[in-house]
Design a binder for this molecule. Structure first.
Ligand SMILES: [Zn+2]
Length: 535
């Protein structure tokens, strides 16, 4: 049991408490110190919370867990601020790798150097003659290949563009090394799959990072491209291996690509097939790309690229097939989430979800839009009307907020990361990080949602401050909101009798400090199913 704390329960019947008792993996009782102390037996272990704030275990509604774990050990480009540094980091890393090994991940962001130009293969060819390089922009929608990677993939000047993707070319039409969205597949198909040992190592690294940040549940959105389903299958096997070895603690819901829903449906698996630690049975689709890569699909062109309004994915462009998959998955009992960034992508998915409800009748589907990033004002109320969960990542707001207006202007930015407007309209928010794209740290997300202070320090009072939300609302979205989004709010998301005993103890009481100080708050203890997994 845990005594002498300030417990934020997310249980509306009993919002605050001093103490709670755990029996087995679950919460037994919640109440005052006196009430809970009475339940102690001779073998009861007592944790003294010393007046600290306790919250339900953070549930990250959107991660790419293997990808993130793998990136922790790979070349680090996230904080690179110049072309020279970019080259140096890759050169240094390449020296540590055997010839022939692919150098992947990286998470570079051209907005961090001046001018904000995209890298090209010749920045790095001379330092990577023996290693194919395939490093991603931080959003995962754009990649840089070196000359060797393109050679192995058979990419030349004559390679054609693919629907839903872009091969960036120089004046002569030669590929520069940058591949966007569906074009990434041209290179990815020649990268060898990871071994079991590599999968396990990446997942364990991911788990450690998650638990260090108080994340007790993750919703694993998996991969992109034509190998996405096969890769997610490798990862799901990895989770099971690690569970069998007793090494796996974090609760995972692993999604498969919508266009492979039959793999699940054929076996009769439905949403949340599995156990308290691992479930499958939900699917994820893509409607468009990203703002940073200029591939998010808008009604109006980008301000800095006249004539470009982004584009739908090839899947969505074939709307009849896309809808048939939505309907097929839904009828098979598989919950659906769709990535949509641009306002046109969001509107289109809302329309398709509406059509699904019209044709097949109302049901508890937990339909989600992942990111729901740029919304036309008239589409915001539709999230509540259609019961569509907005699964959003607040950290992106303070990251993209540095440069988003350059791309889409101020007017469209007013309903970007529109958390306040969505809540005011009655929508349900689920919070996540989108790690590897952003750090997994939920407190950084709560800080972002409540302050909207961009990372460059240029908006001390918040970027589009009208869209700030309260700390309570942010914690709600990161606990019970995200549990609701994965349809597991019956077993987690709050500290209440019968629920899984997943909780975090914080270094400061985030409800009683200025939100700008939340940046410095740490998770000091994390428990999953009553077991202290980090202290
Ligand atoms: Zn994502």
């Amino acid at each position: 049991m845990a005594l002498h704390g300030k417990v934020w329960t997310e249980n509306p019947q009993q919002p605050e408490a001093e103490a709670f008792a755990v029996a087995g993996h679950r919460i037994l009782a919640v109440g005052t110190d006196a009430e809970i102390e009475k339940l102690a037996g001779p073998h009861t272990r007592v944790i003294d919370l010393h007046g600290r704030r306790v919250v339900p275990g953070f549930n990250d509604a959107h991660v790419h867990f293997f990808w993130g774990g793998q990136s922790l050990a790979s070349v680090q480009l996230r904080d690179v601020t110049s072309r020279q540094q970019f080259q140096q980091r890759i050169a240094d890393y390449a020296k540590t790798r055997p010839a022939g090994e692919w150098i992947v991940d990286g998470n570079w962001d051209e907005e961090k150097w001046t001018p904000a130009e995209l890298p090209t293969h010749d920045w790095i060819d001379s330092v990577t003659p023996n290693n194919p390089v395939w490093v991603n922009r931080s959003d995962g929608h754009m990649m840089l290949a070196n000359a060797l990677a393109m050679k192995l993939a058979g990419i030349t000047k004559d390679t054609h563009d693919v629907p839903g993707g872009v091969i960036v070319r120089d004046k002569d039409g030669s590929p520069t090394g940058i591949f966007k969205d569906a074009a990434k597949d041209l290179v990815e198909r020649v990268i060898p799959p990871p071994s079991d040992a590599q999968v396990d190592a990446a997942l364990l690294a991911a788990q450690k990072y998650a638990l260090d940040n108080g994340v007790t549940s993750v919703q694993d959105m998996g991969f992109t491209g034509s190998k996405a389903a096969d890769m997610q299958a490798l990862v799901v096997r990895g989770y099971q291996r690690l569970m069998a070895e007793g090494k796996w603690k974090v609760r995972v819901s692993a999604r498969f690509p919508l266009d492979h829903y039959r793999r699940l449906a054929d076996l009769g698996l439905m949403t949340n097939f599995g156990n308290d630690t691992l479930v499958v049975g939900s699917v994820k689709a893509f409607a468009d790309g990203s703002l940073g890569s200029g591939s998010a699909w808008f009604f109006q062109p980008y301000d800095d690229a006249p004539g470009n309004s982004g584009l739908p994915t090839d899947d969505l462009a074939h709307t009849d097939q896309f809808f048939a998959n939505l309907q097929g998955a839904d009828r098979a009992g598989l919950h659906i989430a769709t990535h949509a960034i641009g306002d046109r992508a969001n509107k289109t998915i809302l329309d398709l979800y509406e059509r699904l409800e019209k044709e097949d009748g109302p049901a508890d589907r937990r339909l989600r839009i992942e990111h729901a990033q740029h919304l036309r004002p008239e589409d915001i109320p539709r999230f509540a009307q259609l019961h569509v969960i907005a699964s959003v990542q607040p950290y992106h707001c303070i990251d993209d907020g540095r440069w988003a207006e350059k791309r889409i202007g101020h007017k469209r930015a007013e309903t970007t990361y529109a958390f306040r407007s969505l809540l005011d309209a009655g929508a349900i928010l689920a919070f996540g990080s989108d790690w590897f794209v952003a750090p997994i740290d939920p407190l950084a997300g709560i800080y972002a949602a409540t302050t909207r202070r961009t990372l460059d320090g240029k908006h001390p009072d918040g970027w589009i401050p009208e869209q700030k939300i309260s700390v309570r609302q942010a914690v709600h979205a990161y606990t019970i909101g995200s549990a609701y989004a994965e349809s597991q709010d019956d077993i987690k998301g709050s500290i209440a009798p019968g629920k899984l005993a997943d909780f975090d103890v914080l270094s400061q009481d985030i409800f009683h400090i200025d939100p700008v100080e939340i940046e410095n708050v740490k998770v000091v203890l994390t428990a999953v199913g009553g077991e202290i997994v980090r202290q």
